[in-house]
Design a protein around this ligand. Structure first.
Ligand code: ADP
Ligand code: MG
Length: 470
């Protein structure tokens, strides 16, 4: 779909209500004063909008900017081809005030694009009004340099206007298979976007991995019972939200499960007998989210007891999927899927405009789906007993631990959560796994906008109240 057809109906309706108001602020550069007209023209002419906030009768740098950047030929000839220029002027003198209607529009523009009230302030916008770039104050650039800083955005917009397709990349991240899919029309641009998403996921992995000895999470674990550790606000926030889920689930979800997981249970195939029950009992004492002490002011995390450990195995992939999605959306990807080892963050649509179709894995045969969902803006996350487990004496012990007993939970084969946020979905999938079918569904039924599909050990499928599956 090209930009023109995408915005065409919108453009038409605007034309009916808005006459063109082209005003020439300076002889050589035409400045638009109506933002709505600017958007409509940008869409129709496939241009970008450059919105400039100025104070024409009091702001010296604004006047300088007009003279030294906007008026010279290097800028004005480029702008004539590629930009719709909009001036939101805030003069001080009474006699210079624009019509009331325009003052109102300019105030609204400032509210949206210039909250801090900087003068001058220049914002590069897509035809739909979303921000591509902004410059606060008078850019310390020549007109040619200023043009050069705008050009890359035009190239991207051009590439976006071809036929849409899905670009995928599959790779191992956070110990799991990730598939990143973006809808676009240009392989090179899609590659850049996917590279950026991967870098973001690797950054998160380095922050939250309890296997990476240099991560802040590992430092928190090493300092358990010793001293608080200063961490990034981001990590503190994640821990805080994890604790909220613990409260909501009365401790079924607990990131301090790591106190037992890494010492007592090994899901790497090395275990041949059940753990010593004394050891397990001692370790289970250390699982308690209430003993994670957060100091928001000092931005520190302290695990109260020696031997305590936290781990983000049950929430980290969902968090990473959500953050990668946010980054891609910011980079202009309107439609895509981040599949983080089966935890999906989905937004927008398929290239033909239809919703995405998501398969829910059959717990008995992971590569087949037992059900399909049509979704557009949501997360679909599945926890399964088939993901990681040990078999001892013919019985399967899965990697999800009941914090009350220190033993792997049984009863369910898989839990799928559907809700807007992948991080929450991830945490809740693990929670319902621990809570079991009845208590788990009861919890989900009380939460607005959150749905659940589960398969029990006997293979029976149950769902929360507001969902029907085919
Ligand atoms: P998957 O998507 O791999 O099936 P989950 O999201 O269910 O995994 O998370 C399982 C992981 O969560 C385990 O490998 C472990 O690291 C961690 N974990 C196990 N039990 C709990 C628990 N009760 N609370 C929080 N995290 C847990
Ligand atoms: Mg989970």
């Amino acid at each position: 779909m090209n930009i023109a057809t995408r915005f065409f109906p919108y453009f038409l309706s605007l034309c009916l209500i808005l006459p063109y108001t082209l005003i020439s602020a300076q002889a050589d550069v035409a400045w638009e004063t109506s933002f709505e007209t600017a958007k409509a023209r940008a869409a129709e002419e496939q241009k970008l909008i450059l919105l400039n906030f100025s104070g024409s009768d009091w702001c010296a740098p604004c006047i300088k900017m007009k003279r030294e950047i906007f008026q010279p030929e290097a800028f004005s000839s480029f702008a004539a081809d590629a930009l719709i220029l909009v001036n939101a002027d805030f003069p001080r003198s009474k006699k210079n005030q624009p019509p009331a209607e325009q003052q109102l529009q300019n105030e609204q523009l400032a509210e949206q694009y210039n909250r801090k009230g900087s003068f001058p302030m220049t914002v590069l916008l897509k035809p739909d009004g979303s921000i591509l770039q902004s410059w606060e104050g008078l850019p310390k650039m020549t007109p040619a340099e200023f043009v050069a800083s705008i050009r890359p955005f035009l190239a991207k917009e051009d590439k976006r206007s071809g036929a849409l397709e899905v670009f995928n990349r599959t790779l191992l991240l956070m110990g799991s298979r990730f598939v990143i899919s973006v809808v676009g029309s240009d392989q090179e641009l899609a590659d850049e976007q996917i590279d950026a998403a991967i870098a973001e996921i690797q950054r998160i992995e380095h922050l939250i991995s309890s296997w990476d000895e240099t991560s802040q999470t590992s430092e928190i674990n090493r300092q358990a019972g010793i001293q608080p550790v200063k961490v990034d606000a981001e990590l503190l926030g994640l821990i805080k939200r994890a604790r909220k889920v613990s409260e909501l689930t009365q401790g079924a979800f607990d990131i301090t499960f790591g106190s037992i997981d890494e010492k007592i249970w090994h899901f790497d195939g090395t275990m041949t007998a059940l753990p010593d029950s004394n050891l397990a009992r001692q370790a289970v004492r250390l699982i308690n989210y209430r003993n994670i002490i957060l100091d928001e002011e000092a931005q520190t995390v302290f695990l109260k007891e020696k031997g305590m450990r936290i781990g983000f195995g049950a929430i980290g992939k969902g968090y990473a999927a959500e953050k990668a999605k946010a980054l891609l959306q910011q980079a202009g990807v309107a439609d895509g899927i981040v599949n983080a080892g089966g935890d999906l963050a989905v937004w927008g649509h398929q290239p033909d405009g239809s919703p995405w179709t998501i398969g829910i894995a059959n717990p008995d045969s992971k590569l087949e789906a037992f059900s399909y969902l049509e979704v557009s803006n949501t997360a679909v996350v599945t926890s399964g007993n088939y993901e990681k487990y040990v078999e001892i004496g013919g019985k399967r012990y899965t990697h999800i631990i009941d914090p009350r007993t220190g033993y792997p939970v049984s009863g369910l084969k898989s839990v799928t959560i559907i809700c807007p946020n992948a991080e929450l979905a991830d945490a809740l999938a693990t929670s319902v796994f621990v809570l079991g079918k009845d208590v788990g569904l009861d919890l989900i039924n009380q939460l607005q906008g959150i749905h659940c599909i589960l398969v029990d050990d006997a293979g029976a499928i149950s769902t929360s109240k507001q969902i029907e599956i085919n």
